[in-house]
Design a protein. Structure first.
Length: 529
């Protein structure tokens, strides 16, 4: 550990942060999101939990058991879907923990909770224990999802913050694909208890290291400044920048944070003011965090993630074995597609990727609907539908597999950053649950028209992003805060962000800009963190 602290400094530090913090956190998220659904049909699993057996029953009895399993009815107390509710509660619970104890300790605590839940699941001998394990693991994973993007954002330089955070999307996709392939392999040995217990316990490989590794990395200097721990903040900044604690760049970074915080201290922010559009435009910021996470779910990505096998088997008429294989392939393809966002997010910016992602997913969903509607008369339509499913998985990671966590963490003030991240993650899990529960009902009631609904929703989000989402690429977190604070009205923020970004390309000592209300605003250049 001492060797790590010695070498993990400056430009080399992000690699260690990604490997020790981001990778296990979001591999845990991706794997645990889909692993139970893959083992519910295993023979020994249904023997251990007969109330979840939908394989060996038909008619009303099958529907009743599917309700318990959480696949066809919107019930909270279900073995599969209850996990997402635990994640939602864990995300909101991260607010007091992360701000009170810091990013290091809070991550270790939530990783410990997730590990306890996973152990309960893997050792379950009753349905009640399995459900409790799902809830507890959800609490832990929801907290981890909230803390890591905030910590990563607060410790990254503006020029690389996007890719350092958005790479989590690659790890989410990797975790989902890993679960699919492991379940596919274990399905050949499904008569043994070991197969499903191993599948449910596998995420411990990611959660247990997270209990220890946070303390090998520097604490968020912005949290340390907020708590008045300036000496520790200087030490943390020196590690992040690869300089000495007494260096000018470290001092400028701390002064910039203190200036931003002193502006906020003039206007106290009790909980009720989070939902008011005061000078900090808190309600506007919360709305953006809510909308981007709503879009990440309601464009239909998790409908494909959760029900890929069902889509290939029932909508596209593939054999069960080929359907399982294609489902694993399309989820694996998402890993490689996620690298596109990693490469482009700090070059192109957040808004263009979000808009391209929303429009692309919309087109793919409408095309998929057209293909599925023709399956009964043309077998070729099935092959075209497979193409659009894979194409969909190119567009989704481009904008909404990680960027939603990144953007929610970026747009908050230092005092409210955990709040916004938690609200964003809670929204993510709430509508994750909604999509998982309503999609099978829609498939049963309206068939291929389900894809049209998701396509229309995706198309509707594109203009919303263009009109109301300010670009944050290349700005320090304090500069992003200024973009929200300076305009008089919330509807001027997006245009102000454009002017601010243009000013930063040729930064003067100070710059006077006339906003849309005819008032003069001074933009003060600040040092990059």
């Amino acid at each position: 550990m001492s060797w790590l602290k010695k070498h993990a400094r400056g430009d080399s530090l992000p690699i260690y942060q990604i490997c020790l913090m981001v990778l296990p956190s979001f591999m845990l998220y991706g794997y645990n999101q889909s692993n139970l659904g893959g083992v519910t049909g295993f023979q020994d699993f249904t023997r251990q939990f007969p109330r979840l057996d939908t394989v060996h029953y038909e008619g009303p009895e099958k529907a009743h058991r599917a309700t318990i399993q959480g696949k066809f009815r919107p019930r909270l107390a279900t073995a599969v879907a209850i996990y997402t509710i635990g994640c939602l509660i864990g995300a909101l619970g991260a607010i007091p923990v992360a701000d009170r104890l810091g990013r290091q300790r809070s991550l270790a605590i939530f990783a410990s909770i997730a590990s306890i839940g996973l152990i309960l699941q893997a050792s379950s001998f009753s349905l009640g224990q399995l459900i409790v394990g799902r809830i507890v693991s959800g609490l832990g994973v929801g907290g981890v999802n909230t803390v890591v993007p905030v910590w990563q954002s607060e410790c990254s330089a503006p020029k690389s913050r996007g890719k350092n955070v958005i790479i989590l999307g690659t790890f989410i996709a990797s975790g989902i694909a890993l679960a699919a392939w492991i379940n596919y392999g274990l399905s050949y040995y499904q008569q043994s208890q070991l197969c499903w217990r191993l599948a449910l316990g596998m995420p411990l490989v990611f959660s247990i290291p997270l209990i220890m590794t946070p303390f090998c990395l520097p604490e968020s200097p912005r949290w340390l400044v907020m708590k008045g721990k300036l000496d520790q903040a200087r030490s943390s900044f020196s590690v992040l920048q690869g300089t000495e604690p007494e260096s000018q760049s470290v001092q400028e970074s701390i002064e910039q944070i203190q200036t931003s915080m002193s502006d906020h201290s003039k206007e106290k922010t009790p909980i009720k003011d989070l939902f008011r559009n005061n000078s900090q435009k808190n309600m506007y910021r919360i709305s953006l965090a809510f909308i981007i996470n709503l879009a990440a779910q309601m464009t239909g990505a998790n409908a494909i993630t959760y029900y890929a096998t069902t889509i290939f088997r029932e909508s596209l008429d593939f054999t069960p074995h080929r359907a399982s294989l294609l489902a694993a392939c399309v989820l694996t393809w998402k890993i490689f597609a996620a690298f596109g966002a990693f490469i482009a997010v700090d070059r192109i910016g957040r808004k263009p990727l979000l808009m391209a992602s929303a429009c692309g997913m919309s087109v793919c969903m409408v095309a998929l609907a057209a293909c599925v509607s023709q399956i009964s008369v043309s077998k070729a339509a099935g092959g075209v539908a497979v193409f659009f499913l894979f194409l969909f998985m190119c567009f989704f990671p481009l904008g909404f597999l990680g960027a939603n966590f990144l953007y929610s963490a970026e747009i908050g003030t230092q005092e409210l950053r955990v709040y916004l991240s938690a609200i964003g993650v809670a929204t993510h899990w709430l509508f994750n649950f909604v999509v998982a529960e309503i999609t099978p009902i829609c498939f049963a009631k309206i068939g291929y028209q389900t894809y049209i609904i998701y396509g229309v929703i995706g198309a509707a989000f594109a203009p919303v992003i263009w009109l109301f989402f300010p670009e944050t690429n290349g700005l320090t977190l304090e500069e992003i805060d200024q973009v929200f604070q300076q305009p008089k009205h919330w509807w001027n923020v997006t245009s102000y962000a454009k002017h601010f970004a243009a000013t930063e390309q040729t930064p003067p000592e100070g710059y006077d800009m006339k906003n849309s209300q005819g008032e003069r605003k001074e933009v003060v250049e600040t040092a990059a963190a």
